[in-house]
Ligand binder design. Structure first.
Ligand code: CBF
Length: 838
C-alpha cells in the first residue's frame, strides 16, 4: 500500500531534542523522556527510570539512521543477508550504542552534569541473554560487523520471554533462577504488530487438483500461532547504517477463541492462548547438546516460518517477483537450529505461491547457506520421524521427496554403494527413525562452512565426509571473529585510549592496523604503561571479586582465567587438577618459587548436565580449601564468579593475564573467548584446537603456551585403546590429585560427592584429561617462570594484541560477503525526514 498522497509530501519535523548532540540538548531530551515516557519527575525517579530515560534519548538518536537505512534498502531493493539464528546473545545495548554512535563521552558529560553516573545507569540495564554461549554471541558480533561494513542485513530470531537463566551459587553448587529480562520494559525494541504472520502446526495434509488440473497439497493444521515481530536497531560503528534484528514473539491468533468462549469454556480459551505463548517463553539452556524436545522443534519452525513469510512480504513490497528471491535474499543458517528452512521455503513457494517443485527447489538451493558450529555428536540435531510428522506433516512429506530425489542422484554417481546411501540419507534408519537436520541443511544449501580452519578440515574428513565427497565445491572455511567495539572500546577504555594515543583510532574498524604496535613491543616506557594498564584493570576486577566473593585478591598475582560454558570437553577439571597439584607441591615445599596465582572461573552448566554441575562444585570445593588455608595466603586463590554473561565477560577479559583454552583437540569448533582474551593482552595456554591453531600461527609460537595431544594423536590414541588407569598408576602427582578428590578433601570429607566424576575419568575419560595432564602441568610451570620476567611477559602481551587483526568479526563478515553472500555494501545517506514520504 502506498502512503496517502497528503502524507507523501508531509514534512515530518525533526526536532532538535530528538537528534541534537550538545550537552544541553541531551539533558533536555533526557528530562523530557523521564517525564513523558517514564512519567516520573526527578525526586520520584529510580535509577532504573533514569536508565530508561537515557536509553530513549539514545534510541531517538538512532532512529534517523534506522529509518534512512530502511528507506534506502526499500528504494534500492538491496540484496540482503537474512541471518537466521535461534540465539542472539546481544548483551547490554546502551554502552554499545553510545560507542557505535560516537557519543559516549558527550553523553557521559551530560549525565554527569545532571548529577548522575553513566556507569551506574548502564548497570541498570537487564541484559538480553538470548543465547547460551559462543554461537549466540557470534551472531551478535556479526550483526555489529554487518552494520559497520554497511552490509544490508536482517537478523531473525526468537524474542524469548526468559533468556538464559541467572546462575546463583549456593553451597558451592549452581542454582538456576529465571531471567525475567523484560520485567521492567525494553527500550530497545519496537513492536511491529502490523507485520504479524500465522504459523501452522500439527494436523494433516490433503491432496487436491487445482483449477489448472495440477496436483497440489493442502495442509489442515491443528493449531495456528501468531508471530509478532519486535525490531531492535543495530547501529554500525560510525556509519549511518542501522540494520534490524527482528525477533518473533508467539501469541494466540486471537486474544480469546470466541467460539470456545461463547460456548462457555472461558478457561479452555485462555488455556489455548497460554499454550501458544509458551512457544517463545524460554530459551533452551543447552550448549552443544540437543535434547530432542517437541517444544524446541516448534520454536524452530515458528521463527523460521515467520522469517520466511516476512522475506516474502518484503519481496512483494519491493515489487520483486518470486523468481528474484535468491537475488534479493541470501539466508545464512546459524547451525542446524533453523535448518527446517529448507522444507518451509519449499512449502511456501509450492503450496502457498503455486510454484512447481523444480522452480521452488532452484530458488531454495540458491538462497540458503549453512554454517556448522560443532563436531560434538550429541549436538547434531535429529528429530524422531514420528514426532516430526505429528508437528510438521507437510514438511515431512517434502523432506521425503527431497530425500528421494537426492538419493537418486547419489545412486547415479555411486552405483552399488548402499552403505553410502544409508550414510547420506536425510533419514537415519539405523534404529528408531530420525530426520537428520545437518543432512537437510547440506542438501538444501549452496554453501557449507566450518568456523575455523581445523574445524572445517575435520568436517570434511569426518562428520560431513560423504557430503564433501559429493559436493566439494560447497565447502569453505570462515574463521570466526569478534567485534572490537564491544570487546575493546567499550570494555577496555584504558587500553583503547593507549592504542588511540599510539597508532590513532582507525584500528577500531580496521583491526589489522594493530600491527603497528609491534614496533613498540621492545620500548621500555611503552611496556611500563602497558603493564600499568593491565594492573589497573586487574585492580578493578579484584574489587569486583572482593564484593562478589568476599575475597582479598592480590592484583599482582597472575590472573589465570577460564570463563566459558562448563562442559567436559572444555576440560575445566583439567585446570582444577593442575590447581590441586600446585597446592600439593606448595604444601610439601613451602619455599617453592612460583608466582602467586589467582585462578578465576566462570560459566554456566546446562541444568540437566549432572557432570558439568559437579565440575562447578569441584571448583568451589577446591576454592573453599585453598582460600581458607593460611599457608596459601598470598600464594594461591581460587574464585568462581557466578552468572558469567556478556556484561561480566567485559569486566574479565581486560584483567586476564593467562587465557585457558584447553579443550581436547578436535572438539572445540573454534572458540571466540580465545580471541577476546588475546585482544585484551592475555597470553594463551592451549591445545591445538579450533581457532587456537590460527591464533598461535598469528601471534607466534613463542608467544603462546602450547601443550597436549593434537587431533590426529587423539584419534590414534583412542584407536589403539586408551586406558586412563595407566596414567593414573604411572604418575604419582596425578594419582595424589585424583585421590584427594576421591577421599573428600574438597567436599568436607564426603567421599561420595565427586565419585561419578572421578569414576568417569578413571574408567573412560572420553576427553583424555589424564593423557594430557603431565604436559599441561609442565606447560603451566613454563607459564609461571615466564610471568616472573615482567619485561618478557609484557612483550608477549603486546605482541598478542598487535597480531590479532585477523580475528575481527569485520574480517569474517568480509570473507562471507566475498565468498558466500555476494552482498555489496550500501552506504546510507541520512535522509531528511521531510523527504521520507517521497
Ligand atoms: O561458532 C561459534 C561457537 O559455537 C559454539 O559455541 C557452539 O555452540 N557450537 C562452539 O562450541 C564454539 O567452538 C564456536 O566458537
Amino acid at each position: 500500500m502506498q502512503p496517502a498522497a497528503n502524507l507523501n509530501h508531509a514534512a515530518v519535523q525533526v526536532e532538535d531534542d530528538r537528534t541534537g548532540l550538545t550537552p544541553e540538548t541531551l539533558k533536555r531530551a533526557f528530562l523530557d523522556n523521564l517525564f513523558y515516557i517514564q512519567g516520573k519527575f526527578p525526586r520520584l525517579a529510580t535509577q532504573h527510570d533514569y536508565y530508561m530515560a537515557l536509553a530513549y534519548t539514545v534510541r531517538d538518536r538512532l532512529l534517523q539512521r534506522w529509518i534512512s537505512t530502511a528507506a534506502a534498502y526499500t528504494e534500492q531493493g538491496s540484496r540482503t543477508v537474512a541471518y537466521l539464528s535461534a540465539e542472539f546473545l546481544m548483551g547490554p545495548q546502551l554502552g554499545h550504542n553510545l560507542v557505535n554512535l560516537g557519543i559516549y563521552d558527550i553523553v557521559q558529560q551530560a549525565v554527569a552534569d545532571l548529577g548522575l553516573n553513566l556507569d551506574e545507569l548502564m548497570e541498570q540495564e537487564a541484559e538480553p541473554g538470548l543465547g547460551n554461549g559462543g554461537l549466540g554471541r557470534l551472531a551478535a558480533c556479526y550483526l555489529d560487523s554487518m552494520a559497520t561494513l554497511e552490509v544490508p542485513s536482517l537478523g531473525y530470531g526468537i524474542r524469548y520471554e526468559f533468556g538464559i537463566f541467572r546462575q546463583d551459587i549456593r553451597n558451592g553448587q549452581q542454582v538456576e533462577v529465571t531471567d525475567k529480562w523484560l520485567r521492567l520494559g525494553n527500550p530497545w525494541e519496537l513492536p511491529r504488530p502490523e507485520w504479524a504472520v500465522d504459523v501452522k502446526l500439527g494436523g494433516h495434509t490433503e491432496a487436491y487438483t487445482d483449477r489448472s488440473g495440477r496436483y497440489r497439497v493442502r495442509w489442515i493444521p491443528y493449531q495456528v500461532i501468531k508471530g509478532v515481530p519486535y525490531d531492535m536497531p543495530i547501529a554500525g560503528y560510525r556509519t549511518n547504517t542501522c540494520n534490524t534484528l527482528r525477533l518473533w514473539s508467539a501469541q494466540a491468533p486471537e486474544a480469546f477463541d470466541f467460539e470456545i468462549f461463547n460456548s462457555g469454556d472461558y478457561l479452555g480459551a485462555v488455556q489455548d492462548k497460554l499454550s501458544s505463548e509458551n512457544l517463545s517463553k524460554v530459551l533452551y539452556p543447552n550448549d552443544n547438546i540437543s535434547q530432542g524436545k517437541r517444544l524446541r522443534l516448534a520454536q524452530q519452525i515458528f521463527f523460521v516460518s515467520c522469517s520466511l513469510q516476512d522475506m516474502l512480504r518484503i519481496l512483494a513490497r519491493q515489487g520483486l517477483a518470486l523468481s528474484q528471491f535468491s537475488q534479493k535474499f541470501v539466508i545464512q543458517l546459524n547451525d542446524t537450529h533453523p535448518a527446517v528452512t529448507v522444507a518451509e521455503l519449499m512449502r511456501l513457494l509450492m503450496d502457498e505461491h503455486g510454484l512447481s517443485w523444480d522452480a521452488a527447489w532452484d530458488i531454495t538451493q540458491r538462497s540458503i547457506a549453512y554454517t556448522n558450529h560443532t563436531l560434538m555428536p550429541e549436538a547434531l540435531e535429529k528429530w524422531p520421524v514420528d514426532m516430526f510428522g505429528q508437528l510438521l506433516p507437510r514438511h515431512l512429506e517434502i523432506i521425503y521427496e527431497i530425500n528421494h530425489r537426492f538419493l537418486e542422484q547419489v545412486r547415479a554417481r555411486f552405483p552399488d554403494d548402499s552403505d553410502r546411501l544409508r550414510r547420506l540419507s536425510l533419514i537415519d534408519e539405523s534404529g528408531e527413525r530420525y530426520v537428520r537436520m545437518a543432512h537437510l541443511a547440506c542438501v538444501g544449501s549452496f554453501s557449507i562452512n566450518g568456523v575455523a580452519a581445523l574445524h572445517t578440515e575435520l568436517l570434511k574428513q569426518d562428520v560431513l565426509k560423504d557430503f564433501y565427497e559429493l559436493y566439494p565445491e560447497k565447502f569453505n572455511s570462515k574463521t570466526n571473529g569478534v567485534t572490537p567495539r564491544r570487546f575493546m572500546v567499550l570494555s577496555n577504555p584504558r587500553q583503547t585510549e593507549m592504542l588511540n594515543r599510539t597508532i590513532g583510532d582507525t584500528w577500531v574498524s580496521r583491526l589489522d592496523e594493530l600491527k603497528r604496535l609491534e614496533a613498540k613491543a621492545e620500548d621500555p616506557s611503552f611496556q611500563h604503561d602497558w603493564h600499568m594498564i593491565k594492573q589497573a584493570n586487574k585492580g578493578d576486577l579484584a574489587n569486583y571479586m572482593a564484593k562478589q566473593n568476599g575475597l582479598v585478591i592480590n592484583p599482582e598475582s597472575l590472573f589465570d582465567v577460564q570463563v566459558k560454558r562448563i562442559h567436559e570437553y572444555k576440560r575445566q577439571h583439567l585446570n582444577v587438577l593442575h590447581i590441586i597439584t600446585l597446592y600439593h607441591r606448595l604444601k610439601a615445599s613451602p619455599n617453592l618459587e612460583v608466582p602467586p596465582r589467582t585462578f578465576i572461573f566462570g560459566g554456566k552448566a546446562a541444568p540437566g548436565y549432572h557432570v558439568a554441575k559437579l565440575m562447578i562444585r569441584l571448583v568451589n570445593g577446591v576454592a573453599e580449601v585453598i582460600n581458607h588455608d593460611p599457608a596459601m595466603r598470598d600464594r594461591l586463590k581460587v574464585v568462581f564468579l557466578r552468572n558469567f554473561n556478556v556484561r561480566l565477560a567485559q569486566r574479565i577479559y581486560p584483567a586476564a593475564d593467562l587465557s585457558e583454552q584447553i579443550s581436547m583437540a578436535g572438539k572445540e569448533a573454534s572458540g571466540t573467548g580465545n580471541m577476546k582474551f588475546a585482544l585484551n593482552g592475555a597470553v594463551t595456554i592451549g591445545t591445538l584446537d579450533g581457532a587456537n591453531v590460527e591464533i598461535r600461527d598469528e601471534v607466534g609460537a613463542e608467544n603462546f603456551f602450547l601443550f597436549g595431544l593434537t587431533a590426529p594423536e587423539v584419534y590414534a590414541l583412542k584407536a589403539q585403546g586408551y586406558n586412563p588407569w595407566d596414567y593414573y598408576q604411572g604418575d604419582p602427582e596425578l594419582k595424589q590429585a585424583l585421590d584427594s578428590i576421591l577421599v573428600g578433601t574438597f567436599s568436607r570429607g564426603d567421599g561420595e560427592v565427586f565419585k561419578p566424576l572421578i569414576d568417569s575419568l578413571l574408567n573412560w575419560d572420553p576427553y583424555l584429561l589424564l593423557a594430557d595432564y603431565q604436559d599441561y602441568v609442565a606447560c603451566q610451570e613454563r607459564v609461571g617462570q615466564a610471568f616472573c620476567d615482567r619485561t618478557h611477559w609484557t612483550r608477549m602481551s603486546i605482541l598478542n594484541v598487535a597480531r590479532m587483526g585477523l580475528f575481527s568479526s569485520d574480517r569474517s563478515i568480509q570473507d562471507y560477503c566475498r565468498d558466500v553472500w555476494r552482498t555489496p555494501a550500501v552506504p546510507i545517506e541520512l535522509t531528511d525526514h521531510a523527504q521520507l514520504g517521497e
